[in-house]
Design a protein around this ligand. Sequence first.
Ligand SMILES: C[S@@+](CC[C@H](N)C(=O)[O-])C[C@H]1O[C@@H](n2cnc3c(N)ncnc32)[C@H](O)[C@@H]1O
Length: 500
Amino acid sequence: MTEKQLISTIKYVSSTKPAFFLSEIIPYLDEPLSLNTLFTIISPKLPGLGLMAKEVKGDFKISRIPPALPLLLNKEERERQEAFFTAGVIPLTLAQSIEKYITKKVGKDWNDPVIIERLRRAIVAQKDDYWKPAHKRSLQYTKGYSVLGYLAYHFPVYFMQTGYLLMMLTRDGLLKKNMTILDVGTGPGIVPLAIADFYSRLDDAEATIYSLERSEEHIEAFTFLRDALFGTGGRVTIKPPVKTDIRSIETTALPEKIDLVIFSNVLNELPDATMELRADIVHLLSERLAPDGSILIVEPADEENATRMRSLTVALQKKGLSIYGPCSFIWGSTCTAPRCWSFETAPAIRITRLMETLAHCEDSYRYVNTDIKYSYAVLRKDGMRKENFRMPEGSKFLRLSKLHLHLGKRINVAGLKMSGELGDARSHVFKLCDGTAKTPVYAVLPSYHITPENDAITSAPYGSLLELRNVLVRYNKAHDAYNLLVSRNTGIHTAGAADE
Ligand SMILES: C[S@@+](CC[C@H](N)C(=O)[O-])C[C@H]1O[C@@H](n2cnc3c(N)ncnc32)[C@H](O)[C@@H]1O
């Protein structure tokens, strides 16, 4: 019997009863194995199957791991988090530690004009590289200044963005009171530090955070900031990052059961990687995911990266993972995410002192980074979905896949608002999705047509299910997309809010 067959036997037996002894498996084996050898083979796989083992009188009792307690915030914890997001600024000690780290690395004050000018050049070089075609990008973070530039320009926004994502996971009950987290491509540890900061506003929740990173310079910055801010002995343990290339991860260095795996802004930094390789990396790590664990993938909101991330989720579905959110498949269809540019936004952060100093120059806009826009997906192994809503039989809404049959006509549709603002102050544009369309669909609302009856399209949060009644179907040849023109006669409501 191969190891794979052995694991499926264990899986099968565990599905038939709440507990069993490992010796019960022996009769199923083609070749005899001792109990201890059998245990050595299967024990690393047990946590991933949601099982645990206990030695009992020379045998091993295998039973299900009891379900973890979800992290539910009490009123005070919620208020502390809300106050943090309302202030919109990274903690002062963190901002000061970044300045101190720059001073330590360059051997001069962080605000020395020569150092500030070098940081500006590093930021511009990094941005220029980012906007090159994917295969021409060369960002390696081997030079000290590339990491210092990252700390100055990207760190504050990504730190706050991680906070918003943690809040989303908490609201959805996807965090646990005590959890093991893995951050892949951690850079200077933005995600672990943001998690520790988030947990510092909770009463008693605990977390252990592991991370993977290949750049020595990033690891050095991460270690400095971790030691300066969170030391040891708290409720959150941040393990030293494991230095590795994520294209060839040695999984023995990883914990056996991980509750949350995070890929934040890293998969797009594998310029030569095919979609298949990216999916393989995520899939490999999903083997260590607890049965009730989640995978969070986050990428920048620009069209290329956001679109590629969404296609990756489809590739992962084919490998057996399921999309928890933000997508929802209200007609029960399978989505192929064709050209799906979908992203979330959050309020802009307040500028840090370091950014302000960098922006004291002619092209100040180049050094100010305060907008939060990101594309994300949550995947699961257990098939759980954020939204289980299905359109009822005989519903009076048209599937978005049928728009081509109704060009120039006024129709009713239902779908999720799947983008932040893609238009401008004169004409608001939002992506709509019901999981059926092969061609992108946008709701377009000229500002002079805004009424209290239709402005839910601008105010509804990302991911809201909306009903749009009386929209005009247009085909936009230049973008090969359908526009649903919202006028003052259109009614838009969150689903269930309007009468039939
Ligand atoms: C843009 S940074 C993101 C850092 C952090 N996750 C965040 O959201 O800010 C991408 C990180 O992934 C790391 N990275 C890129 N390719 C990698 C690889 N093949 N193996 C390990 N780390 C890699 C880079 O060194 C860098 O630290």
